[in-house]
Ligand binder design. Structure first.
Ligand SMILES: [Fe+2]
Ligand SMILES: [Fe+2]
Length: 208
């Protein structure tokens, strides 16, 4: 006899299916591991600031927010956050995700980028900060260097190093929550130590 999941298990089945769906997005910078990190960091930021958040909406947003970067969802002329928000229902509805939470997922996704302003909802604000923080620290350096020769953000190593300098300096100012700013300070230190060592070893980046 087939074992049926009980009601509680059923509530989480959509999460397993969404992770299965996201497995197709293998990319060092915007793939499934970035999705996992952003979800975990969003929960951590919420927890450490005693913020009440909808974890389902954060989970769904985490695993969909960058799908607009990838085929078959990528669309020329449509910014990836907007594109990812456009496909939320087509991805989540077949998984049995609660219809009442769809609009929150879309709101989170639309404002997730560091250059965007999140809407005034706790989930959107902490998600925005978590996504920006994933461009900082050791992980930020790793992600940016991994783009070399595969993405026009960083066509070569020098341009990736310029991005690391720029993000270290500018991203902390884009963060909205105090806890995220604290994490940013630590990650900024990691980036600056790396940049100082690199400069030291390459005659001030002249022989990179
Ligand atoms: Fe993004
Ligand atoms: Fe992202």
């Amino acid at each position: 006899m087939a074992v049926r999941p009980n009601q509680e298990e059923n509530q989480f089945m959509w999460r397993l299916h969404l992770v299965d769906f996201a497995e197709q997005f293998k990319h060092p910078t915007w793939g499934i591991h970035h999705f996992q990190r952003v979800y975990n960091l969003s929960l951590k930021l919420a927890d450490e600031q005693n913020l009440d958040v909808d974890e389902d909406a954060l989970f769904a947003a985490a695993y969909i927010h960058d799908v607009g970067v990838f085929q078959p969802y990528k669309m020329e002329g449509v910014e990836h956050s907007e594109r990812s928000a456009q496909v939320v229902e087509e991805i989540l509805a077949p998984l049995g995700f609660q219809a009442a939470k769809m609009s929150l997922v879309k709101d989170i996704i639309k404002g997730h980028m560091f250059y965007s302003e999140p809407v005034d909802k706790t989930e959107a604000i902490i998600f925005h900060d978590a996504d920006a923080l994933d461009f900082m620290g050791a992980i930020g350096i790793t992600r940016l260097l991994s783009l070399v020769e595969i993405d026009n953000w960083a066509p070569d190593v020098s341009s990736a190093i310029s991005l690391i300098q720029k993000f270290s300096k500018n991203l902390p100012q884009r963060l909205h929550t105090l806890k995220a700013q604290e994490v940013a300070k630590i990650r900024q230190g990691e980036m600056n130590s790396y940049l100082a060592a690199l400069s030291n070893e390459t005659n001030g980046l002249q022989v990179l």
